[in-house]
Design a protein around this ligand. Structure first.
Ligand code: SAH
Length: 369
């Protein structure tokens, strides 16, 4: 089965690309605004319904273009209100998107790649291997599908107030498409989210952090997880390429000259691995001089994981030490874990093009013997 057609999927276009599309057709650039509003603010995918556009242009669009969303194949709801959607992209690949309602906001967690090419040892997405980058349409399509499933639009209740690029994949390894999709999220004629309410989380692609600032200065989260290179090399292998000192320098540059901005440092709490008081103090020293928030994430287990979550006392003590040093520290509430929708539990369905999932299965088998 193939879900692709020859038509141009307008979901791939941010304002700039959409304007180019219309001017290339010999049309006025403002058509871009109209179409963005129809598609993203009202959730309309049928050109015939776009009544402020001339019949002739509507017909032309129908012939050459389309608004094609990922196909919703399954929805799961958690007892805590979290909802997870499985979306099919093509015959071999599915991704997951998660909606997390809170009293004062609603956060959508979107994926940026099918699987992930990084190999963080505590993350279940890693074990699935990697297939491909998502297109901009497949990234922004997750907002459209979510809004549809919620029975809402950005012009209605606007239940999606925040977007985090914290689903499957490393967003900065899919830079152009991620930026395009985020441009649509922050465009007043589309989702109109402020840059602070869109957060990109990276395992530490240092050169891309600088490029991101220039492209779209959204909120930055960094998956730190360890306060020194020896430990981080093990947990986040990308650290061997971009060690902590370089990463910290990039984080400082990201918020430099933006006095109210802070980088969020994510820190997964792994029992007996990175959760001692000494680790907490080392983290405090490391973050000195960096405008930082710390987000402690209780480790979410998955089948055959090599780690377990730190105990509540260890998490509380770690948090106390970091807090006392003057750093805003929150412990991320685990949400949606009964439907495997929590951090690091998203797996979708990946036709692995690396050897990783096979190697992992073989290692499991050896261990079982
Ligand atoms: N690749 C990006 C985006 C993924 S964000 C990044 O690394 O930042 C997902 C967040 O959940 C990251 O901070 C990741 O390190 C964390 N995470 C991964 N596996 C986890 C697990 N099993 N339990 C808790 N957090 C996990």
């Amino acid at each position: 089965m193939s879900l692709s057609t020859d038509k141009i999927n307008l979901l791939n276009f941010d304002r700039q690309a959409m304007e180019a599309f219309f001017t290339d057709m010999g049309e006025k650039a403002f058509r871009a605004t109209q179409v963005l509003q129809w598609v993203h603010q009202r959730g309309v995918d049928d050109f015939a319904a776009m009544t402020n556009i001339s019949m002739a242009l509507r017909a032309r669009l129908q012939d050459t273009a389309e608004v094609r969303l990922p196909e919703l194949v399954m929805e799961q709801g958690s007892h805590d209100g979290t909802r997870k959607w499985l979306l099919r992209l093509d015959s071999g690949n599915c991704i997951e998107t998660v909606f997390i309602p809170e009293t004062d906001r609603g956060t959508l967690c979107v994926s940026s790649q099918v699987g992930c090419s990084l190999n963080c040892t505590f993350c279940s997405t890693a074990q699935q291997g990697f297939n491909r980058n998502l297109t901009a349409a497949e990234i922004i399509g997750q907002l459209l599908v979510a809004y549809r499933a919620l029975g809402d639009t950005p012009k209605g209740e606007r239940r999606i107030s925040n977007v985090v690029l914290m689903g499957m994949g490393e967003p900065l390894l899919n830079f152009d498409n991620v930026v395009k999709a985020m441009n649509i999220m922050t465009d007043d004629f589309a989702y109109g989210l402020s840059k602070r309410r869109v957060t990109l989380s990276t395992a530490g692609m240092v050169p891309m952090i600088d490029r991101l600032r220039a492209a779209n200065h959204v909120s930055l989260a960094v998956s730190l997880h360890a306060p020194n290179d020896a430990l981080r090399d093990q947990l986040v292998p990308l650290n061997r390429k971009y060690p902590i000192a370089e990463l910290m320098a990039a984080c400082r540059r990201y918020v430099d000259g933006a006095p109210h901005r802070k980088v969020t440092f994510e820190y997964v709490m792994l029992d007996g691995v990175n959760d001692s008081a000494a680790h907490a103090r080392e983290l405090v020293r490391l973050l000195e001089g960096v405008p930082a928030k710390v987000n402690l994430i209780p480790f979410n287990p998955f089948p055959n994981a090599a780690y377990s979550c730190s105990g509540p006392a260890a998490i509380a003590e770690f948090r106390r030490i970091v807090n006392e040093a003057g750093l805003v520290t929150v412990t991320r509430k685990t949400r949606g874990d009964d439907i495997d929708a929590a951090c690091g539990q998203l797996v979708g369905r990946v036709t692995d093009r690396t050897r990783r999932s096979r190697q992992f299965a073989a290692a499991q088998e050896r261990m079982a013997r």
